[in-house]
Write a protein that binds this ligand. Structure first.
Ligand SMILES: Cc1ncc(COP(=O)(O)O)c(C=O)c1O
Length: 378
């Protein structure tokens, strides 16, 4: 049997929605982007939302409006996709790596505090794989030390922290709409924003900082001569993507429920497989199951990479656990001590998970995993 690792979930009416955008003539950023932003903001409990080309540019813009620039340091977990650190670098800043909690894999406030220097400007918690970071201590730390907070919520649409949706907690939270995420626009990003003035500035910055949007100019009855009060970028989403995004938002609850169903089946099965443990579930979080990451005990009779190799040969693709950015050549040579990050990156792997995964497909994955780990243990 060949199992996909992941697969976006569509209902079948998406082509029609995208075709309507094309027929309307609005194929770049237009009214559908605005409608998507409003629906997204409402869904995540934010005052407003600003669409971008992807989550990396969303993070870049969010850090920029938080004042991060050359010479500034931003504390980030190393246990994250490399985009988390790259967004800091793209602003001319320096990512400073802190360690994560060994159970949740999310930024640890005590480690973040130890990483603060006089140059620290911001803290960037990541809600890794859709599990909310423990935000209260991080928000408190930022308040005490007068630091900005930008959340990397790439995987976390639909997640809740202490009953509050991710996107409603801090001033700026950035989501990804890449196909490996929970909902997708092909490529895309969204910044959930609480301050309307900041939202307005972000809207300008993503369009070369032009002070008039295309929609406003199109509707104007008089000639509009635009101005550029500052320098900006081009991070515009297209209306075709937004049309797709609107259909995906309608499916979000269904997708979240499906992902939870599959994840819970894995968790139940893992209880019977030695050496493997299910993801930890802190009491403060209601997670989005963007990925299902399992921990393989180092005492297991098979290494993580060998297990992945054997599974792949049986038609079960897996992925390594979340990367450790400081171990990649791009960020090598730093004098950092991140034991929890290094443990988690080497001892975890992700199993296939997607909405619509059948019991038969999942049982095959579970049987393959179990046969390799348990048989060798016998
Ligand atoms: C934690 C995290 N941050 C940022 C990104 C970047 O998202 P995008 O591909 O939309 O730029 C990802 C994507 O995998 C991610 O997992």
């Amino acid at each position: 049997m060949e199992i996909p690792f992941t697969r976006p979930y569509f209902r079948g009416n998406e082509g029609e929605a995208v075709a309507e955008a094309i027929a309307s003539g609005w194929v770049s950023q237009g009214p559908r982007v605005r409608a998507f932003e409003q629906a997204f903001a409402q869904r995540v409990g934010a005052a407003d939302a600003v669409a971008t080309t992807n989550c990396t540019t969303a993070l870049q813009l969010a850090l920029y409006v938080s004042g991060v620039g050359p010479g500034d340091e931003v504390i980030v977990p190393s246990l994250s996709f490399i985009a988390t650190a790259n967004a800091v670098w793209q602003n001319g800043g320096t990512p400073v790596f802190a360690d994560v909690d060994p159970l949740t894999g999310n930024l640890d406030a005590a480690s973040a505090e130890r990483a603060i220097t006089p140059r620290t400007k911001a803290i960037m918690p990541v809600h890794q794989l859709g599990l909310p970071a423990d935000m209260d201590p991080l928000i408190e730390l930022a308040r005490e030390r007068e630091l900005e907070i930008v959340e990397d919520a790439a995987c976390a649409i639909g997640a809740r922290y202490r009953s509050r949706p991710i996107g409603s907690l801090g001033p700026l939270a950035c989501f990804s709409l890449h196909p490996r995420k929970v909902i997708t626009t092909g490529e895309g990003g969204m910044i959930a924003v609480q301050d309307p003035e900041v939202a307005e500035r972000l809207r300008q910055l993503r369009q070369h900082a032009m002070d008039v949007s295309d929609v406003a100019r199109h509707a104007a009855r008089d000639v509009v001569i635009e101005r550029y009060p500052e320098r900006g970028w081009n991070c515009r989403m297209t209306d075709m993507q937004a049309a797709l995004g609107l259909t995906q938002l309608e499916l979000l609850d269904e997708i979240l429920a499906e992902r939870t169903r599959v994840a819970e089946r894995y968790t139940a099965a893992l209880e019977h497989i030695p050496y493997l443990s299910a993801p930890y579930e802190p009491e403060y979080a209601e997670r989005t199951w963007q990925s299902y990451s399992v921990h393989l005990a180092p005492s297991a009779p098979i290494s993580r990479n060998e297990l992945m190799r054997r599974l792949l040969h049986e038609g079960v693709p897996t992925r390594r656990g979340v990367m450790a950015i400081h171990l990649e050549p791009a960020y090598a040579g730093l004098d950092v001590d991140l034991p929890h990050t290094e443990m988690l990156t080497s001892e975890t792997l992700m199993l296939p998970l997607f909405p619509g995964m059948t019991d038969e497909q999942q049982d095959y994955v579970i049987d393959c995993v179990s046969s390799h780990v348990s048989a060798l243990a016998a």
